[in-house]
Design a binder for this molecule. Structure first.
Ligand code: ZN
Ligand code: ZN
Length: 188
């Protein structure tokens, strides 16, 4: 099994430590991250601890938390979820097999904050947040369409499309505003 974060590292099972006789999850000897399968997740009952002998290489050329990788079991890209602790970090999970990748230190932070039993919420809530934002935007647009009428609505959206990436969009908006207010003054 390959490490999702390191290019050429393989995952190994560290030997049980004196403190813990529990079979340890697969881990990477280069970045110190570990892969916990769904079965291990379900059966671990808070007994895993990160293996202290696995420290990230001092000269690791990248920050593992900034990367997303592939499932070590070959199911494709892992799905990230933000954990809003201070400082925040990301967990990665395989949506096919349910395995979760913990960069070095992440398991301990999750455990210290008693979040292990509710891990799947992280993926649900970030999905929901995105979904809700999209739904809010759709209903906002629908409301405006019905108030402004379809013709004006389409015209405004077309203009917005044109201006979105235009280098002089601020000037264009100022001109539009100016023209609207000018004509109002003249009409009054
Ligand atoms: Zn690694
Ligand atoms: Zn997988």
């Amino acid at each position: 099994m390959k490490c999702p974060k390191c290019k050429d590292s393989v995952l190994i099972r560290p030997l049980p430590t004196k403190e813990s006789r529990v079979r340890q999850p697969y881990s990477c000897t280069d970045c110190g991250g570990m892969w916990v399968t769904r079965e291990e997740m379900d059966s671990q009952d808070g007994v895993f601890t990160e293996n202290p002998s696995l420290e990230p290489d001092a000269d690791l050329p990248f920050d593992p938390d900034k990367r997303t990788g592939l499932c070590p079991l070959g199911h494709g890209l892992l799905i990230r979820a933000r954990v809003d602790l201070d400082p925040p970090f990301f967990l990665e999970r395989c949506s096919a097999c349910g395995g979760i990748w913990f960069d070095k230190g992440e398991w301990n932070r999750i455990a210290e904050n008693h979040l292990i039993d509710n891990l799947s919420d992280f993926w649900t809530s970030s999905w929901q947040r995105k979904h809700r934002q999209e739904k809010n935007r759709q209903s906002y647009l629908e409301m405006n369409k019905s108030i402004l009428g379809p013709e004006l609505y389409e015209e405004i959206l077309r203009l917005a499309d044109t201006l979105r990436d235009h280098p002089e969009k601020l000037r264009a908006m100022a001109l539009l505003r100016q023209e609207i207010l000018e004509s109002k003054e003249t009409a009054n």
